[in-house]
Design a protein around this ligand. Sequence first.
Ligand code: SAM
Ligand code: SF4
Length: 383
Amino acid sequence: MQIARIPLSLYVHWPWCVKKCPYCDFNSHALPQSHQALSERYIDALIADLDASVELAHERTLQSIFIGGGTPSLMSPKLLSRFLEHVAKRYSLAEDIEITMEANPGTIEHGHFGDYRSLGINRLSMGIQSFDNTLLKRLGRIHDQREALLAIETVQKHFDNFNLDVMYALPGQSVEMLRNDLRHATDAQSTHLSFYQLTIEPNTVFAKYEPEDLPDEDTVAIMQETVVETLANVGFEHYEISGYAKPTHRCRHNLNYWQFGDYLAAGAGAHSKITLENGTIVREARYSQPMSFMQHALEDSAVVEKRTVQADELPFEFMLNALRLTDGVPLKTFEERTGLSLETIQPTIEKAQKQGLMPTPLTAIVATEMGQNFLSDLQEYFL
Ligand SMILES: C[S@@+](CC[C@H](N)C(=O)[O-])C[C@H]1O[C@@H](n2cnc3c(N)ncnc32)[C@H](O)[C@@H]1O
Ligand code: SF4
């Protein structure tokens, strides 16, 4: 296995938001009002965590960085600059590196988008969720439609490459309301849109007090079709379950996850996946509570769990990612990224082909349309 041929990314986690949204199960927590000292300490911890991974990178070049959360746009440009300068000192960066940062329209008053751009962030991803004031309230968002539109204007001024996150199947939402959100989202002239179907996640406020007016299954199916059709009509390619991009603007960072590339990680609860020179794949997880993460990163190591992925786990792990992509991945990617021969999964592929879940002949590792509709069943074939 030639590890130099496996692209390498870096994920950085910022675990705070202004307020916790009732549907969200991300590792995100309300940030105390006075947080400067805390934020500075967190950056110190991120830097220490990052330094501990330098050897794992084996002088490979980073293709993408994704600063996610949480709401990383709560970070001051000064702190971001300190962090990014450190990354550049310790790692080699591709000339055309993609550096994404997540932002929330409610924090737009910080007015930092221009600074982020000049510090090297070249892709912004903003959590809009909806443009409907009633729905935004139901979602516990801190912004309204006016702030969403203003935030988009500011992003347009500074970034030519940006994504908007929108959710659908929301409590009290009709297909007509979704059409309205689609109109606003497509008017924004973004290069990328993520349309997520709302899921009720365990341990969230929505799981405890489930909204009674969630759209029924048939309505959700119509909503899904409406999203796909509307976005195709205005030139967005549907390339992943929830991902839609203008040509040449697929998110390189997320593509690397789905193509089973390697990624380093820094920050509370962040996970990495690295292929070592001998071909072994190692996954590491970090302490997820921000306070324990900081303490461990600064005193010793933020890694709480490290494990080697066994050969018999690799086909399922690979399919969990690759089959999400509408075009799948080239056949040779399986061998290049897992170190296994395609023959090891040939009987399973044949079974999936017989069921019509994968195409015949197999020109790529890809699901048929039916395979996409029964994706978890298909993925489980490879367990
Ligand atoms: C980590 S958030 C990033 C942006 C930023 N924190 C914000 O919310 O504005 C990533 C995205 O996941 C989506 N998301 C979060 N919880 C979800 C859920 N339960 N169901 C579907 N999508 C969800 C939202 O669209 C959100 O923008
Ligand atoms: S959806 Fe975004 S803003 Fe809301 S709690 Fe989750 S990460 Fe924070």
